[in-house]
Design a protein around this ligand. Structure first.
Ligand SMILES: Cc1ncc(COP(=O)(O)O)c(C=O)c1O
Length: 423
């Protein structure tokens, strides 16, 4: 992936070497509105030209109020207050503090294999050792439960030690895990029963990625807090937001004396707010949520049809334009031997060779999931066209076909791995 890009527009990236690449990763769900949308760029430029108070900290930030109102209206339910951050991780940190303040409990519950960010608090809500190792003691009182397991959730919540259950409505890095329709509703109900807050991390799933403004809307949920970030910036100015109920917000900012106990210098900066407002305009006016639903269905159907003959394909799954292609071990001995050799080098090697082939031979940018190496992502900008979907599907089919033949796919990669080990 060592190429330099000269220009990025919509779902396409143009390299200095004259190649045109198709983006099916979207910066891990940043580019819902596509790369460098002209309307978002114009809004940010206009804001710069205005020479207004960008981060004065001592004024009434009108743009922040406007964006907060738009977000609250789109989210609905009890989510009437907004705290702005500069990243998803900072949003999760905020949710941890607010949940603790509201419930006066310290414990935090999360779903195993989640990805919530790499600051200390957010990292404390992630089970995978890869991310935690080497960084010492993290937050005490945190505990993971299997995603989708209501019995486990009930047992732990019933101890009444937990301030909140933080969960991605569709687990992204865990391998695009779409839960059973009832799971999240019941989880919310259990949280209410045992006095814990129900907090959704919609950093990847929010902003129409799954077809609705929030993935919560597919499941009829009414969470106490929701964290969004990534796509809210339009890919231009970092921004995150924690949407919450009035009760939760009031438990932190409950008096004039405590009006500043939680704050962030860059949080409400006017460039980020302007980018966020312009991004919402684009997503809504271009009806990119409806498009995500329609294109997601087309993408999954085409992938399922094209990949049906191949034994290493376990499943194509997803919601809207957050999709994954899950690979499993081959049965044929002639493929099993190199598969095991790959696994021996690194558990992510098979997926990375697929990614490398798609990139190098077909001009497609994507990645495998961070906590589930056997799942390839298919998450293009929401304005992706049917032609671009067909191009992606044809490329994936060809790479999968090559991987099902003993020979070049495997030998080239093992050669590379050997050279890397020697080097
Ligand atoms: C679901 C989820 N939550 C939180 C984060 C952290 O966001 P950030 O990288 O903006 O801190 C990420 C980042 O990938 C994410 O995927």
């Amino acid at each position: 992936m060592n190429v330099s890009y000269e220009r990025c527009a919509g779902a396409e990236l143009f390299t200095a070497g004259g190649r045109r690449m198709l983006d099916f990763l979207s910066g891990y769900c940043v580019y819902n509105a596509g790369h460098n949308h002209p309307a978002i760029i114009a809004a940010v430029k206009e804001e710069l030209d205005r020479s207004g108070p960008t981060m004065l900290q001592s004024h009434v930030p009108h743009l922040a109020a406007e964006l907060a109102q738009r977000l609250a209206q789109l989210a609905g339910g009890r989510l009437s207050r907004v705290f702005f951050t500069s990243s998803g991780s900072e949003g999760v940190e905020t949710a941890i503090k607010f949940a603790r303040a509201h419930t006066r409990r310290d414990g935090m519950l999360y779903a195993n294999h989640a990805f919530h960010g790499l600051t200390c608090g957010a990292l404390s809500l992630m089970s995978d050792e890869y991310w935690r190792e080497g960084f010492g003691e993290l937050l005490p009182g945190t505990q993971g439960v299997p995603f989708g397991d209501l019995d486990a959730l009930k047992t732990v919540l019933a101890t009444k030690r937990f301030a909140a259950f933080v969960v991605e409505p569709v687990q992204a890095e865990a391998g695009i895990q779409v839960p059973d329709a009832e799971y999240l509703r019941q989880a919310q109900e259990l949280c209410r029963r045992y006095g814990s807050l129900f907090v959704l991390d919609e950093v990847q799933t929010g902003m129409f990625r799954t077809g609705r403004f929030l993935a919560a809307h597919h499941f009829g949920l009414d969470p106490d807090m929701v964290v969004v970030a990534k796509a809210l910036s339009g890919g231009l100015v970092p921004v995150g937001a924690v949407l919450m109920s009035e009760a939760v917000s009031d438990s932190v900012f409950k008096s004039l004396k405590r009006a500043f106990v939680h704050a962030s210098t860059f949080g409400e900066n006017s460039l980020a707010m302007r980018a966020g407002l312009a991004t919402l305009d684009v997503l809504e006016h271009q009806r990119l949520g409806e498009r995500a639903t329609r294109m997601g269905e087309i993408l999954r159907k085409q992938l399922r049809d094209a990949l049906a003959p191949f034994e290493m394909i376990e499943e194509v799954r997803g919601l809207g334009l957050l999709n994954g292609i899950s690979f499993g071990a081959p049965r044929q001995v002639r493929l099993r031997v190199p598969w095991e050799a790959f696994r021996h080098v690194h558990p992510a090697m098979f997926g990375q060779v697929i990614v490398m082939r798609l990139f190098r031979d077909f001009g497609i940018l994507t990645q495998i999931c961070g906590n589930s190496f056997g799942v390839l992502k298919a998450a293009p900008p929401l304005l992706v066209s049917e032609e671009q979907i067909a191009e992606f599907v044809a490329a994936v089919r060809q790479v999968v076909e090559i991987a099902h033949r003993p020979g070049e796919f495997w030998s080239e990669a093992l050669g590379m791995a050997r050279r890397a080990a020697i080097g």
